[in-house]
Write a protein that binds this ligand. Structure first.
Ligand SMILES: Cc1cc2nc3c(=O)[nH]c(=O)nc-3n(C[C@H](O)[C@H](O)[C@H](O)COP(=O)(O)OP(=O)(O)OC[C@H]3O[C@@H](n4cnc5c(N)ncnc54)[C@H](O)[C@@H]3O)c2cc1C
Length: 413
C-alpha cells in the first residue's frame, strides 16, 4: 500500500498547493492569489530560513521584484548593498570586469528577501512542513507532508513544484530521475578579512580548472566568501578550497582568517545548457531550479522568478478555461527556456548579446594577445567538462535553436 492510501482524519483542500516558499514559489503564488485561487505554499524549514547563495540578482530579476512586490526594504540586502558586475579571472592574472546593464544590482540577503517576497505574495504559508510524496489521481492530487513529526495531508486541483534543485516533487513524479543526471557540490566558506584587494563591488569568478568547476569570491557584511564547486562524487572540496585560499594569497595578496562558517549544497548544474528541463506531468508542474533553470555561473534567481510566474499563470489559465495544464505550461514556458538557455549558447554568445553583463564588449576592450589568451583559457576550463558528454549536445541544441528559433520541447521531461 502506498504511503498515500493510508486515509487520514482531515485533509486540507485547496485549488493549488505550491511546494517551497522561495522566489519561484513567491512569483507563482502572486499570480494565483491575485487571480483569487485558494493557494497554500508548504516549506520544509521554519521561516525565515537560510539559503546558501551569493545573492547577486540580475537586473531583470531586480525589475521583477520591484514590479511584483514593491521597492526592496533595506533588511533584504547584504552589505555591500549592490553589485556592479562580474569579473572573470584567468590564469596569468588576466581579468575581465563586466558591468551589469543599467548600473548596479542588489545584493540580496536570501533569508530575508525570500521571506519578504513570499509574504508580499499574500499566499497562505505552512512552514516547517516537508513534502513526503504526492499522487496524481487524475481529477486532483493527493499530497502527504510532515510537520513536527506528524503527517499532514492536502488535496489540490493542481500542484506546483518550486522546491529547488533536490526536488521531492520531481523525485515523486520520476523515481529514476535523481540517478540520471549529474550532481555538483558547491560550498562557500566565510572568512574574516585581514586584507583583500579584490574589488568589493564585483562578483569574482575564476576560470581555473584545477581550483574547481565553479570558483568564486565576493564580500559580504565585512567577511569574504570563498566558494568552490565540483562534481559531487569527488570528495575533495576542502582541498580545493585550501588551494584557492593559497592561490588568492599568492597571486592577489588576499589575506583571510580561517573559515568561520561554511555552507554546502548539491546542485543540478547544466540542465539549461543541454535543454534538459523537467516540467512535470498531469496535474503537477515543476518550476524554478527544480525544473533546471540555472545558468552556468549559477545565476538562478531571475529565471526562478520568471518561470515561477509563468507556472502560476499556467495554473490560473488551466483552471479558468478547464484546459490541459501541461499544454498551457509547456507552450508558455518556452520563452523562459529561450532566455535561460541562450545565455550560455555559444552561437548566441559569439553573435548576439544574451547576457545582462556584456561579455563581447568586455572582450573587445582587451588587446589582441589577451583576447586570444581568454578564448584559449575558456576552452581549457571547459575541457574537463568533456567527460559529461555535454559538448556535442550543447552545439547541437545551439544549431537547432538557430535554425528553428526555439529549443526543442521533445527533450523536456
Ligand atoms: C552557492 C550558490 C550561490 C548562488 N548565487 C547566486 C547568485 O548570486 N545569483 C543568482 O541569481 N542565483 C544564485 N544561485 C542560484 C539560486 O540560489 C537558485 O537558482 C534560486 O534560489 C532558485 O530558486 P527556486 O525558488 O527555484 O528554489 P530554491 O531557492 O532552492 O527554493 C526551494 C525551496 O523549497 C524548499 N523545499 C525543498 N524541498 C522541500 C520539501 N520536500 N518540502 C517543502 N519545501 C521544500 C526549500 O527549503 C526552499 O525554501 C546560487 C546558488 C548557490 C548554491
Amino acid at each position: 500500500m502506498s504511503k498515500l492510501e493510508n486515509k487520514p482524519e482531515s485533509i486540507r483542500e485547496v485549488d493549488v498547493l505550491i511546494v517551497g516558499a522561495s522566489l519561484s514559489a513567491a512569483a507563482a503564488s502572486k499570480r494565483l492569489v491575485d487571480a483569487g485561487y485558494e493557494t497554500v505554499a508548504i516549506e520544509r524549514y521554519a521561516l525565515p530560513r537560510n539559503k546558501p547563495c551569493s545573492g547577486i540578482i540580475s537586473p531583470r530579476g531586480h525589475r521583477f521584484l520591484i514590479e511584483n512586490f514593491g521597492p526592496l526594504p533595506r533588511e533584504v540586502l547584504h552589505d555591500p548593498t549592490s553589485c556592479r558586475g562580474v569579473t572573470f579571472h584567468f590564469r596569468g592574472m588576466l581579468q575581465m570586469p563586466m558591468d551589469f546593464d543599467h548600473g548596479s544590482t542588489p545584493h540580496l540577503n536570501r533569508r530575508n528577501s525570500d521571506h519578504w517576497a513570499i509574504m508580499r505574495s499574500k499566499v497562505e504559508v505552512h512552514d516547517s512542513t516537508c513534502l513526503i510524496d504526492l499522487e496524481d489521481k487524475g481529477t486532483h492530487v493527493e499530497i502527504l507532508a510532515r510537520r513536527n513529526g506528524e503527517e499532514v495531508r492536502y488535496r489540490a486541483r493542481l500542484v506546483i513544484g518550486a522546491d529547488g534543485p533536490n526536488s521531492q516533487v520531481v523525485r515523486s513524479l520520476y523515481p529514476g530521475y535523481r540517478k540520471s543526471i549529474k550532481w555538483f557540490m558547491v560550498k562557500q566558506h566565510l572568512h574574516e578579512i585581514i586584507e583583500c584587494p579584490l574589488d568589493p563591488e564585483y562578483f569574482h569568478f575564476w576560470f581555473h580548472p584545477e581550483l574547481g568547476y565553479y570558483t568564486w569570491s565576493h564580500e559580504r557584511n565585512g567577511r569574504q566568501i570563498v566558494g568552490v564547486g565540483y562534481d559531487a562524487e569527488e570528495k575533495k572540496l576542502s582541498l580545493r578550497h585550501r588551494m584557492t585560499i593559497e592561490y588568492l594569497e599568492k597571486h592577489y595578496g588576499v589575506k583571510l582568517k580561517p573559515t568561520e562558517e561554511r555552507e554546502g549544497v548539491v546542485n543540478n548544474f547544466g540542465l539549461s545548457l543541454i535543454n534538459r528541463y523537467v516540467f512535470g506531468k498531469g496535474n503537477v508542474i515543476v518550476t524554478g531550479q527544480a525544473a533546471g533553470f540555472l545558468n552556468m555561473i549559477a545565476e538562478g534567481m531571475s529565471c526562478a522568478l520568471h518561470s515561477g510566474a509563468i507556472a502560476g499563470e499556467a495554473a490560473v489559465e488551466s483552471m479558468r478555461r478547464n484546459s490541459d495544464l501541461q499544454s498551457v505550461y509547456r507552450d508558455t514556458i518556452a520563452s523562459e527556456v529561450r532566455r535561460c538557455s541562450d545565455q550560455w549558447n555559444p552561437i548566441k554568445i559569439l553573435f548576439d548579446r544574451p547576457h545582462e553583463a556584456d561579455f563581447r564588449e568586455a572582450l573587445s576592450k582587451l588587446q589582441g594577445r589577451d583576447k586570444r589568451k581568454v578564448i584559449v583559457e575558456i576552452f581549457r576550463f571547459l575541457y574537463p567538462w568533456g567527460r559529461y558528454n555535454w559538448g556535442r549536445q550543447i552545439l547541437m541544441q545551439a544549431v537547432l535553436r538557430e535554425l528553428r528559433g526555439y529549443y526543442s520541447p521533445s527533450r523536456w521531461l
